[in-house]
Design a protein around this ligand. Structure first.
Ligand SMILES: Nc1ncnc2c1ncn2[C@@H]1O[C@H](COP(=O)(O)OP(=O)(O)O)[C@@H](O)[C@H]1O
Ligand SMILES: [Mg+2]
Length: 263
């Protein structure tokens, strides 16, 4: 028996009296697309911030491929294989698509500034390797036509794709997507869904996705965890979760079908 890729184990995170994450446990397998849903304030973003090392929980354990992540810094956690995109796009809008993707490589550059002077050959080989990987990502996400353009000038859906590309440039083991289709029209949403599935199936990665678009979650997720007030109220396949009474109750008795859920 091999341990799942990611184990999130009995994590407690409070802000004063607010229990943002209240003893939540889940795991994510290799090659799994795992979705986290729940009403506004349920603790979804807090879980992402615990995973990426931004928040330090009072209790619990988070393991990625055997490494304990709690109390490690965000850059260390990123280096161990966790990359993320944000609910609001965080890119350098004045820089080109290529430059933004190269910045995703930053943490992988394994020479110091001094070494770069002394061993020019090695630095150049590294640079070539980075450029090649970035060009592969440009291909994979079909960004060719925009590669030399400043990100700030691109349509919203393309900017979200560049952010996805920057996370991929970090060569993660697991990718965290915070509302990857928020604010997208139908066509952009369908494109993004296809890229997410390709990341799982062609790049062989695991993903955790927080998303309000129930249609998308139920369509593409392998498993879904439902949170309410910092507590896990259900976990299972989309079909299992959709007929779970606790879930229907949390969503105010509404049917969990296609369409937006407020939050
Ligand atoms: N940095 C923080 N300081 C104080 N309270 C916070 C902080 N981050 C989150 N919370 C609180 O924790 C709860 C969960 O928030 P959050 O994780 O953002 O929920 P979601 O992403 O599901 O909407 C909310 O009550 C929120 O106000
Ligand atoms: Mg949130």
């Amino acid at each position: 028996m091999t341990e799942p890729l990611l184990v999130f184990d009995d994590v407690h995170l409070s802000f004063g009296a607010v229990k943002a994450v209240n003893g939540v446990s889940f795991d994510v397998g290799r090659n799994e697309l795992f979705a986290v849903i729940g009403p506004n304030g349920a603790g979804k973003t807090s879980i992402f911030n615990v995973l990426s090392g931004v928040y330090r929980p009072q209790q619990g354990s988070v393991r990625l491929g055997g490494d304990e992540l709690l109390r490690k810094s965000p850059p260390t956690i990123a280096r161990l294989g966790m990359a993320r995109t944000f609910q609001n796009i965080e890119l350098f809008t004045n820089l080109t698509v290529l430059d933004n993707l190269m910045l995703g490589r930053h943490q992988h550059i394994n020479y110091t500034a001094l070494e770069a002077f002394v061993w020019v050959g090695r630095a150049r080989r590294e640079e070539i390797r980075h450029r090649r990987l970035v060009e592969e990502i440009v291909d994979f996400l079909e960004l060719e036509q925009w590669r030399k353009m400043p990100v700030g000038l691109l349509p919203y859906g393309v900017q979200k794709r560049v952010e996805l590309g920057r996370a991929l440039a970090m060569e993660p083991k697991i990718l965290l997507l915070d509302e990857p289709v928020a604010g997208m029209n139908l066509e952009e949403t369908e494109d993004m869904a296809r890229y997410i599935l390709d990341i799982r199936d062609e790049l062989d990665l695991s993903l955790i996705m927080v998303e309000h678009d129930m249609g998308l979650v139920m369509d593409i997720a392998d498993r879904v965890m439902v949170l309410d007030f910092g507590t896990r109220i259900a976990i299972g396949t989309p079909a299992e979760v959709q007929r779970d009474p606790a879930v229907l109750h949390a969503y105010l008795g509404g049917e969990l079908t296609d369409g937006e859920v407020a939050g």
